[in-house]
Unconditional design. Structure first.
Length: 156
């Protein structure tokens, strides 16, 4: 049986501040929900030019009948264990591909013994880190490591 996270496809966000909405859109499409647009998610998530609040990211899938499991002080072992279950996993991390460090959401595409691969909606591509690099970036700026996984709920 294939894991859903093997089907995750890159997507390019419309605005430099809409990674939260774009990341959930990637997850929803992976879970078979095709009728959402990034614009609709921006509105429903109350995304502003400052980004999307973590609480809104966690709550939105539950409003659609999905189960969300979130970790807000996680470690790499926990992240790997959850990823192996095969459902979309969203991570909050610090990105510097634009030349400055800023908070960012991405979907994890792959984890193995050496690397972590993300779907980066800013560029619409995959970005790969060694595990050591990932651990320095996977941080909310205050030492907390956040992720959430979206599981089909009873109504899906």
């Amino acid at each position: 049986m294939k894991r859903l996270n093997e089907y995750i496809k890159p997507y390019t966000q419309r605005y430099d501040w809409s990674c939260g909405a774009a990341t959930l859109l990637v997850c929803y499409r992976t879970l078979g929900i095709e009728d959402y647009t990034e614009e609709e998610l921006i509105k429903e998530l109350e995304t502003s030019k400052g980004g999307t609040y973590w609480e809104n990211m966690k709550n939105h899938p539950t409003e659609l009948g999905f189960e969300v499991r979130a970790e807000e002080n996680a470690d790499l072992n926990k992240l790997e264990k959850v990823f192996k279950k095969g459902y979309p996993v969203v991570a909050f991390w610090m990105d510097d591909r634009n030349g400055f460090v800023e908070p960012h959401y991405s979907v994890i595409k792959h984890i193995d013994k050496n690397k972590v691969v993300l779907v980066d909606t800013t560029w619409g591509d995959l970005i790969e880190f060694t595990k050591e690099e990932w651990l320095t970036r996977w941080d909310n700026g205050e030492g907390m490591k956040f992720f959430m996984t979206i599981l089909p709920g009873v109504s899906n």
